[in-house]
Design a protein around this ligand. Structure first.
Ligand code: C2E
Ligand code: CA
Ligand code: CA
Ligand code: CA
Length: 278
């Protein structure tokens, strides 16, 4: 039994070493990729559910890795959060988004761009100053930039977060609460946080057309949002049925594969010129 235990120990240990070295290697590579600006933003349309009109886009990070292909943000964002790299990564996202906004403006396209901002990034007292600096540098009106902030367990200090968000809103930047319903303190956060939009997480939307109770959850979130004077945006609109149901429930905007996948910036112009089918 003793030797078995020893083997088991070694077995687990070597597995852990592999995992640790992979994340250590990825951390190093991510640091370099940020410095060289090798990450890219893809853009996914947000659509008005009543008219099918594109109202803006969400910027979503992509990391084209030389050996591993595209690495999902679901993998490298948590790594960036854990290592503190999220602050530099977040700054790169803001720079890339502002450059793109300027490029679209020069092409005669006035599009809203929503960027995802981590709570860690927001807790830096200087975020609003940095955003102001970038907007001035690229000559972009603040109403074209939106910030999406995920409701999660890092939101321990709601007062401080509210203050930071209000500073952004005072500048004219619209704020959305992301992944609504997945955290543990939805009601408290919704009541306390100064936000303009509420985004329903795709996990609820995806089930809403097959499960009565999930449909009720979505209906309740939309009602709650409206009661608090927020506009409601649904993620994960994959089918016509999702779009129809959400519109019937009074949801203002939708985003999902039914309308368009996240695509490189060049493809957004074509979509803008031809109305999205609904
Ligand atoms: P999120 O902010 O909730 O973004 C929505 C995710 O749903 C995106 O995944 C998007 O590609 C995906 N999606 C969109 N439509 C559909 C659909 O119809 N069906 C399904 N099943 N999925 C859909 P993605 O691009 O892999 O991003 C994952 C997460 O990574 C994001 O979730 C966000 O939390 C984080 N993330 C992405 N870019 C950034 C960034 O620039 N900064 C930060 N802090 N986080 C980011
Ligand atoms: Ca988001
Ligand atoms: Ca989500
Ligand atoms: Ca999220």
């Amino acid at each position: 039994a003793k030797s078995e235990g020893g083997n088991l120990h070694r077995f687990f240990h070597s597995g852990m070493t592999d995992r640790i070295s992979r994340s250590t290697r990825l951390e190093m590579e991510l640091r370099n990729a940020i410095e060289r600006e090798e990450l890219q933003l893809y853009y996914q349309p947000k659509v008005r559910l009543d008219s099918g009109q594109m109202v803006g886009v969400e910027a979503l990070l992509r990391w084209p890795h030389p050996q591993e292909g595209m690495i999902s943000p679901n993998e490298f964002i948590p790594l960036a959060e854990a290592t503190g790299l999220i602050v530099e990564l977040g700054d790169l996202v803001l720079r890339l988004a502002c450059r793109q906004l300027a490029a679209w403006r020069d092409q005669g396209l006035e599009l809203n761009v929503a960027v995802n901002v981590s709570v860690k990034q927001l807790l830096r007292a200087t975020l609003h100053l940095r955003i102001d600096e970038l907007l001035q540098q690229y000559q972009i009106p603040s109403h074209l930039l939106q910030v999406e902030i995920t409701e999660n367990n890092a939101m321990l200090n709601l007062d401080h977060i509210s203050q930071q968000l209000q500073q952004l809103r005072d500048m004219g930047i619209r704020v959305a609460i992301d992944d609504f319903g997945t955290g543990h303190s939805s009601l408290a956060t919704l009541k306390e946080l100064p936000v303009d939009y509420l985004k329903i997480d795709k996990s609820f939307v995806l089930k809403a057309t097959v499960d009565e109770e999930d449909a009720m959850v979505v209906k309740t979130i939309i009602g709650l949002g409206h009661l608090m004077h927020k506009q409601v945006v649904a993620e994960g609109v994959e089918t016509r049925e999702h779009a129809d149901l959400l519109q019937a429930l009074g949801c203002e905007q939708g985003q999902g594969y039914y309308f368009a996948r996240p695509v490189p910036a060049e493809q957004i112009i074509q979509m803008w010129n031809q109305p999205v089918a609904i």
